[in-house]
Write a protein that binds this ligand. Structure first.
Ligand SMILES: NC(=O)c1ccc[n+]([C@@H]2O[C@H](COP(=O)([O-])OP(=O)(O)OC[C@H]3O[C@@H](n4cnc5c(N)ncnc54)[C@H](O)[C@@H]3O)[C@@H](O)[C@H]2O)c1
Length: 378
């Protein structure tokens, strides 16, 4: 098996899909690993460290001759067309949104493993890259807000007077929101939080936050929040408005898989905030929880700064890469056939079947089939 680790080229991407540690695992399986020169530089992994771990470091393309390509972000259609038929690729492939990419992967006879599709089950926890990256993104969101806030976060009693603690509001208490609460608490803020799933109230309290009493609804069978109607949204606005008006720092993380992000803060609510307050809208890339947020831009409205970062995990690229590379190795280990030394793509396996979006010329994942308008077999 020949594995290729390309340098990520997307703007702002600092992560890498393999670390010297995970190269060691693959070399241990007697695989040959080629890392593109500089692939780990922005994450703090040098070419020398990759060499020491047993990889070869190559100037230029490492994917054309690879049997397996490990990446962070999706390849371009041009990059897919350079792969040989039968190559496997694993990474964030945007498979439920980018129909052209899925078509190119199927046309190229690529076995595509999309980490977005890894089942959110206990068995697949070690492979859950959405969670590992959301956790670090939630942490980075609070740091971003704190850095740009003109206030100190903790209470301080000094000879020059008492500094009151920052009031932080976290909306959406999934993986990112929980870490945002924990981080804001560690920095000394008073934290309020809200999620539409009722079970999160206890999780908020266990981290020392206070749950905001706003409407809650039961999650769907996959454990995800459902989209709400305008009546529930109006109740949410009314319940959240006083907390938004008081907040110094807001981090929003609410998402509904496959749907636009729910709007939780409208322009009227932003207008009630005091100058100097900061909002970090982690859902800006999928439509935004906050009216006025723009993906990867900073917007200032009457002294209120709204950030819309879409790749916060890259801010902590060393640890994000470490976690991500371990997620990929856990996934690849499940495919690794010790007898043949290659990959066994068993689509009947719950995790492999759930994660594979194209294989041997077919679009195998039902959500991708729906995206491409392909009929399900009778
Ligand atoms: N291995 C596992 O079992 C595992 C791993 C990770 C997550 N999960 C579960 O998967 C689910 C999704 O987690 P995630 O972090 O990926 O979530 P996510 O990123 O899809 O969404 C973030 C949060 O936004 C909330 N939200 C959606 N609409 C909302 C609205 N209108 N108002 C307020 N909040 C809203 C969701 O309830 C969720 O908590 C959770 O139930 C989580 O516990 C399970």
């Amino acid at each position: 098996m020949q594995v290729g680790i390309p340098r990520e080229r997307a703007s702002g991407e600092r992560r890498v899909a393999a670390t010297p540690d995970t190269i060691g695992d693959m070399v241990g399986w007697e695989w040959t690993v080629a890392v593109e020169a500089g692939a780990g530089a922005a994450a703090g992994f040098t070419d020398a460290a990759y060499r020491e771990a047993g990889a070869t470091v190559v100037e230029g393309d490492v994917t054309a001759s690879a049997d397996l390509v490990l990446r962070v972000g999706p390849p371009t259609v041009g990059e897919i067309q350079r792969l040989s038929g039968g190559t496997a690729i694993a990474g964030f492939l945007d498979p439920f949104v980018d129909a052209d990419l899925v078509r190119a992967l199927a046309d190229g006879q690529i076995t595509a493993l999309a980490v977005e599709a890894v089942p959110r089950t206990t068995l697949a926890q070690a492979m859950d890259a959405l969670s590992s990256q959301a956790n670090l993104a939630g942490y980075a969101a609070v740091l971003m807000g704190a850095e740009h806030s003109p206030k100190a976060l903790p209470m301080m009693v000094t000879a020059a007077g008492t500094i009151r603690p920052t009031k932080a509001l976290i909306l959406g208490v999934g993986v990112a929101g929980l870490q945002a609460i924990a981080t804001a608490k560690r920095l000394g803020a008073i934290v309020h939080a809200y999620d539409i799933r009722p079970e999160t109230a206890e999780q908020v309290e266990s981290l020392g936050g206070k749950f905001v009493a706003a409407p809650t609804t039961e999650a769907d069978e996959g454990g995800y929040a459902k989209e709400v109607g305008q009546d529930v949204q109006a109740q949410q606005f009314a319940a959240l408005a006083p907390y938004v008006a008081e907040a110094d720092l807001i981090v929003t993380t609410a998402q509904i898989p496959g749907r636009p992000a729910p709007r939780l803060i409208n322009a009227e609510m932003v207008a009630t905030m005091h100058a100097g307050s900061v909002i970090v809208d982690m859902a800006a890339g999928t439509g935004g929880n906050v009216e006025g947020s723009v993906p990867d831009e900073t917007v200032t409205i009457d002294g209120v700064t709204i950030f819309g970062p879409t790749n916060l995990a890259s801010q902590v690229a060393t640890d994000a890469s470490r976690m991500y590379a371990r997620n990929l190795i856990a996934l690849i280990e499940r495919l690794h056939d010790a007898e043949t030394g290659g990959l066994n793509v068993d689509l009947d396996d719950e995790i492999i079947g759930g994660t594979t979006v194209t294989h041997a010329g077919d679009v195998t994942h039902p959500r991708c089939r729906r995206l491409l308008g392909i009929e399900e077999p009778a």
